[in-house]
Design a protein around this ligand. Structure first.
Ligand SMILES: [Zn+2]
Length: 463
């Protein structure tokens, strides 16, 4: 949530249109050149056949661990499968790194991004100011998003998160607001130009219903319960607006499983964020007694679907909507949101539990891709976070805790980007990116996070 200030500037983005030529070349190349051509990815090589006149991929699954830098991944790996073990996300052999910086209103680099500017980067191919959602720096104009483009090209679309579906990362696909705080019609203080009264497109949830993704799963019931203040739905709740747009609304695992595939589905599984999976003692000044994490959170209702379950349900829904005539499948984004949220609170057990929940969603995506090889799977993060893995006899100045890992080791985790009672900060490190499937080789090396936009456009043939 932390923000840095704003400016404007250089155009880092790679626009979809500029890729049309490259795409024409790619579709004429042999399959092995376009399907995960990286060394070490031999098992993927050549499985997805290129078809002349057809985009390299039928489906793209983009999985975002919010605040999931290398330190957060390593802590989760060490705790669960052990230092020499491998998570599902570690099995993707084609890997690279992404810069994550945002910009100020004049376009000058700001070295630490927030989640809104981070998601805007891959959703639109453009860097923006911290806090802004899929609008330009400086001029504050809406930028076309991957989801909007995919929908216009006849793909089914979906977004799954453990946050509110109005939170910054999912919002970057479905809405354009001056500030991420403008989630519902009662939250518009920071977005005067976006209000319906001012001729704007309204709050995130109103715009999201209008963008009409086929599948939208997460929390945020409180935002949908707000009353629309202007426009054709004035005086009705956003939820009523969603129902009028054809959405079936589901509230728990059983209702999600029973959802029909001939209407869009809106899953609202919590008032705002979904309760996390694991709990434990937060890091503290001077450390804590060695602890094991509690792997059940009593505050998490039994009917709450896991991120993996929601991802599986979304894939089922989206597969049922595949266009059999054109072969066009879907674009799905999956966000593990509370890795970030728990790291802000220096809560290592909450953070690791959410990282592992995200990793199980990655496993679901990889299993799907194994049966649908024309699927590009990309796993990455929007920014790094405050976690540090320290020698177990260190006496760090900030907050810390010692976890006893599954393999019996002692792991000292430090959080020192804010003092006691403060909120831990994002960090400006590059983040890992990994991929499997058609065009996976495009994640190799160090590139800007904006380039993910061009990769997804090229994979699905979006212009
Ligand atoms: Zn954050």
């Amino acid at each position: 949530m932390s923000r840095t200030s704003t400016h404007r500037g250089r155009r880092w983005a790679r626009r979809c249109a500029a890729l049309a030529t490259a795409l024409l070349v790619l579709v004429t190349l042999p399959a092995a050149s376009t399907a995960d051509g990286a060394g070490g990815a031999d098992r993927d090589r050549g499985r997805a056949k290129t078809v002349p006149g057809r985009a390299p991929a039928d489906n793209v699954i983009l999985l975002i661990g919010d605040g999931m830098g290398d330190a957060e991944i390593t802590a989760a790996r060490d705790y669960s499968v052990g230092a020499a073990g491998r998570l599902a996300l570690d099995t993707l052999a084609t890997t690279g790194r992404r810069t994550t910086f945002s910009v100020d209103e004049r376009g000058r680099p700001v070295y630490v991004t927030d989640s809104a500017a981070g998601a805007t980067a891959w959703a639109t191919g453009r860097r923006t100011v911290n806090g802004r959602v899929s609008k330009t720096p400086g001029t504050n104009r809406p930028l076309p998003t991957l989801l909007e483009k995919a929908r216009r090209h006849g793909y089914a679309t979906g977004s799954v998160t453990t946050a509110s579906v109005a939170d910054a990362t999912p919002a970057a696909l479905t809405a354009h607001v001056t500030d991420r705080s403008c989630k519902g019609p009662a939250d518009m203080a920071e977005c005067p130009a976006d209000t319906r009264a001012a001729g704007g497109a309204g709050s995130v949830v109103e715009q999201t219903v209008a963008a009409r993704p086929d599948v939208l799963l997460g929390g945020g019931a409180d935002h949908f319960a707000q009353t629309v203040t202007d426009g054709p739905y004035r005086g009705r709740t956003v939820l009523e607006q969603a129902r009028a747009a054809g959405y079936q609304v589901v509230r728990d695992r059983a209702e999600l499983a029973a959802a029909r595939t001939d209407r869009p589905v809106l899953g609202l599984f919590a008032p705002d964020y979904l309760p996390v999976e694991w709990t434990g003692a937060p890091a503290a000044p001077g450390g804590t007694a060695p602890q094991r994490c509690a792997v059940r959170n009593p505050a998490r209702p039994g009917g709450t679907p896991t991120l993996a379950e929601s991802t599986r349900a979304a894939l089922g829904q989206l597969t049922a909507r595949r266009d059999r005539a054109t072969g066009k499948g879907f674009l799905l984004q999956v966000e593990g949101a509370s890795i970030d949220d728990r790291a802000h609170e220096a809560d290592p057990c909450g953070q690791i539990g959410e990282t592992l929940a995200f990793d199980r969603a990655v496993a679901v995506a990889l299993a799907y891709a194994a049966h649908h090889p024309r699927t590009l799977v990309i796993v990455t993060a929007d920014h790094g976070h405050a976690t540090q893995i320290l020698p177990d006899d260190a006496r760090p100045a900030g907050l810390s805790t010692t976890l006893v890992t599954d393999e019996g080791g002692r792991m000292l985790l430090g959080y020192a980007t804010a003092g006691p009672g403060g909120t831990q900060e994002h960090t400006g490190v590059t983040v890992p990116v990994a991929a499997r499937g058609p065009l996976a080789h495009r994640v190799l090396g160090l590139r800007g996070n904006t380039e993910l936009f061009g990769t997804v456009c090229a994979a699905l043939g979006l212009r």
